[in-house]
Design a protein around this ligand. Structure first.
Ligand code: PBG
Ligand code: ZN
Length: 324
């Protein structure tokens, strides 16, 4: 196919032609909206580095969840900010913990909205690490039981799906076993299987107050330089019982999404994380980019790379754009 016989521009001349040969489409069905739950009533604390996002008390969180549901977003992902933290993160698996209360309330008012819960300890531990500590090192195996208890408590509160984001080895098998033993074999696990140790999580850690108090997460989250390891992590989680595999962050790891799409046959999610959101918001605020267009281009890029669903703080805005 050589010029002048082949002229790629022939099929780009009108919007009608472009629509006919378009390979990828974004849909409101692709989006999952992350939400931050906090105690109290009528609380709506703005998150400075995430314009348009708030820490919401359960009453207000229901309003935002309702907006998402009404516009057709199928699912939300819940994160919690507990009233108190301790070394074992006990509020993560407390029956009346913040996520447990939020799940119950949302499912009560919006039974058809899919409620996914983030399963991790870092928002609940006073040291801010995703696992239990033994001195200053993470005790992987001792953490597994706490993660399983957290997932089970979310399922008991009514969560439709649990999403472990801790990156401890063996947690998917532990959580799957625990859910199955307790009559929750129908609850799927979305595994943050390929989660890189990323500086793009900065705004989220402010939002969720979950920054580690010492050290960093390099001993459990993946090295950004590694791609083959992503295949091993994903394969391992699938063998342990994961139903959906997530890659996180999305933009610097589109190659990973693309590679995994060829390697695995499970549904795949990508997390367009807080820093990716904040960068677009900040540049748009300065008038340097067209926010809506960059948002849509970013999301289609993630989809084109191979993601079946996208966790994104743009979910509501992008859904509004698609419904125009
Ligand atoms: C907690 C968790 C993090 C995110 C989701 N779950 C942060 C972290 O690992 O420090 C990041 C989400 C985002 O940046 O939007 N384990
Ligand atoms: Zn964590």
């Amino acid at each position: 196919m050589l010029f002048p016989d082949y002229r790629p521009r022939r099929l780009r001349q009108t919007e009608g032609l472009r629509r006919m040969i378009r390979e990828t489409a974004l849909s409101v069905n692709d989006f999952i909206l992350p939400l931050f739950a906090i105690g109290g009533k009528n609380v709506k604390q703005p998150i400075p580095s995430m314009p348009g996002h708030f820490r919401l008390s359960v009453d207000n969180l229901i309003q935002t969840a309702r907006s998402a549901y009404k516009i057709g977003i199928p699912a939300v992902m819940l994160f919690g900010l507990p009233d108190k933290k301790d070394p074992l993160g006990t509020q993560a698996y407390a029956k009346d913990g913040i996520v447990q209360r939020a799940v119950k309330a949302v499912k009560n008012k919006l039974p058809e909205l899919v409620v996914i819960t983030d399963v991790c300890l870092c928002q609940y531990t006073d040291h801010g690490h995703c696992g239990m500590l033994d001195g200053e090192t993470i005790d992987n195996d001792a953490t597994l039981d706490l993660l399983a208890r957290t997932a089970l408590s979310h399922a008991k509160a009514g969560a439709d799906m649990v999403a472990p984001s801790d990156m401890m080895d063996g947690r998917i098998a532990e959580i799957r076993g625990c859910l199955d033993e307790n009559s929750f074999s129908h609850i799927p696990i979305m595994s943050y299987a390929v989660k890189y140790c990323s500086s793009y999580y900065g705004p989220f850690r402010d939002a969720a107050d979950s920054a580690p108090q010492f050290g960093d997460r390099r001993s459990y989250q993946m090295d950004p330089a590694n791609a083959l390891e992503a295949i091993r992590e994903a394969t391992m989680d699938i063998e342990e019982g994961a139903d959906i595999i997530m890659v996180k962050p999305a933009l610097p790891y589109l190659d990973i999404i693309c590679r995994l799409r060829d390697e695995i046959d499970l549904p795949m999610a990508a997390y367009n994380v807080s820093g990716e959101f904040a960068m677009i918001k900040a540049a748009a605020e300065k008038g340097w980019i067209d926010e809506t267009k960059v948002m849509m281009e970013t999301l289609i890029g993630i989809k084109r790379a191979g993601a079946d669903m996208i966790l994104t703080y743009f979910a509501l805005e992008a859904a509004r754009e698609l419904s125009k």
